[in-house]
Write a protein that binds this ligand. Structure first.
Ligand SMILES: *Cc1c(COP(=O)(O)O)cnc(C)c1O
Length: 451
């Protein structure tokens, strides 16, 4: 926690901190954003790196199709559909008194196979990347092989000499634990206090070691990092800094490009694409946004969404301090029902790499997440976990509040009329029915109380 004098001086320099500290919902659209081509070099990764990650996932596809039958239909690609949500769009327009603008879609990473969240992109990718490297180095695999042969007792024994560790609020641990255990690794997941019991149970049932902490995500990550530092056979997946994770997420963009084409949706300057991404530590939304910027350039506009109790990326980018500041330093508790977003300190890598590419950031209250959860279920039937609703109010922030931003970004009324708004729905299909029912009951009660 900053001392009183420092905090008072800070509030002078950064006027939005008052509302942030008071846990009010706020939006901040960054005036320092520049043209995509100017800012892409900030990232230190290239289109070729994303192509390479996509090729690696394609090499593993025959293996994945074999060991995870739910991916057989997509031939081993871990991908989710997009869905138009016109009724939900209407509900949002009513709720936030919005003009009608373009078409609203969901990207259903909530329904990704294997682990049911966006982490099935980056988390699984990094495990596969590490496994491939070990097997290639040991001469047990060649890049041209059919990787389905990794599904063998001999390879599982080989991977069994190695450990994979990660710190998580739940979903990253699920993706990494399930994938690592399936390959044969010894996997340890260091879970923060936010992690839901069912996620820990499910991992333990698969032979994953789950360590529980009473503290938040940063502490769980630190414990994982320490475990790995003392053991050369242990690979620590560093959600706060990993380029591999980031690239695994970035592959989503070219796949989305094909899905939009198949749906006859044009994306160009006259038909902008606005994407609303829930943000925790930043790797998931950052990686996806990087891929989107490579794929669509200035025609795509990315906005990050965080809980009012965990606005770490907004705080880091707004103050320019990135990972040198945590929400707890300004008296915010990092306690939220959006467990996938319960992160107090942002990734320094993502904040710095992406700050000139992300148009804006906003916060949303837990109560509103529950209301939106119930509203989406009622209007379209999709069931998501609270974190995954954070992107839903994004359309309202852009359309009703941010005139200066819209002008800066060239989002004229004419262009917005033919825009595509995409809410990245990041998790929820694996929530146990009783828990989902409790989420829905809570959201419905909160909606009812407004009447
Ligand atoms: C992890 C997660 C996010 C955000 O990803 P980060 O990489 O932590 O920013 C969003 N939604 C859900 C459901 C998640 O599990």
């Amino acid at each position: 926690m900053l001392n009183k004098e420092t905090l008072a001086a800070w509030r002078q320099d950064y006027p939005l901190l008052d509302d942030l500290i008071a846990l009010r919902e706020i939006s901040w659209f960054n005036p320092a954003v520049v043209a995509t081509q100017l800012a892409l070099p900030d990232v230190g990764l290239t289109a070729a790196d994303v192509v390479d990650a996509g090729a690696r996932l394609a090499r593993f596809a025959p293996y994945l199709a074999r060991v995870f039958p739910e991916t057989a239909a997509s031939h081993g690609l871990i991908e989710s559909p997009i869905a138009a949500v016109p009724q939900f769009q209407q509900a949002l327009e009513q709720r936030y008194a919005l003009p009608h603008s373009g078409a609203l879609w969901l990207k259903l990473d909530s329904h990704l196979p294997i682990s049911g969240s966006i982490k099935a992109r980056g988390g699984i990718y990094e495990v596969l990347q590490h496994a491939e490297q070990l097997a290639l180095d040991a001469g047990l695999l060649q890049v041209g092989d059919d990787y389905a042969r990794l599904d063998s007792a001999a390879l599982r024994d080989f991977f069994g000499q190695y450990q994979i560790a990660v710190g998580s609020t739940g979903n990253l641990g699920m993706a990494i634990g399930i994938m690592a255990a399936r390959l044969g690794f010894q996997a340890t997941v260091h879970m923060s206090a936010d992690a839901r019991l069912w996620k820990k149970d499910r991992l333990r049932a698969q032979g994953v070691t789950v360590r529980e902490y009473a503290a938040d995500y940063s502490v769980a990550v630190e414990q994982g990092r320490q475990q790995a530092a003392s053991d050369p056979r242990c690979h620590f997946i560093d959600d706060e800094n990993s380029r591999h994770l980031f690239l695994g997420y970035a592959v989503a963009a070219t796949r989305l490009q094909q899905q939009l084409q198949a749906a006859n949706i044009t994306v160009d300057a006259e038909h902008p694409l606005l994407v609303y991404l829930p943000c925790g530590v930043g790797g998931g939304p950052g990686g996806v946004a990087f891929g989107l910027k490579l794929a669509f350039g200035d025609a795509v506009h990315c906005v990050f969404a965080e809980p009012t109790h965990s606005p770490c990326m907004l705080l880091g980018v707004y103050t320019g301090l990135h990972d040198a500041v945590a929400v707890q330093d300004i008296g915010i508790d990092n306690i939220t029902a959006a467990d996938g977003l319960a992160v107090g300190r942002p990734s320094g890598f993502v904040g710095r790499a992406m700050q000139r590419l992300i148009d804006g950031y906003y916060t949303v209250s837990d109560e509103e997440l529950y209301r939106l959860l119930a509203l989406l279920e009622q209007s379209e039937g999709w069931r998501l976990e609270p974190s995954a609703l954070a992107g839903a109010p994004g359309i309202a922030r852009v359309l009703s509040e941010q005139q200066a931003y819209r002008e800066r970004a060239g989002l004229t009324a004419e262009r917005l009329a033919q825009a595509t708004h995409l809410i990245w729905a990041t998790g929820g299909s694996m929530v146990p029915p009783a828990e989902m029912q409790a989420y829905l009951d809570k959201g419905r009660a909160l909606l009812q109380a407004e009447m």
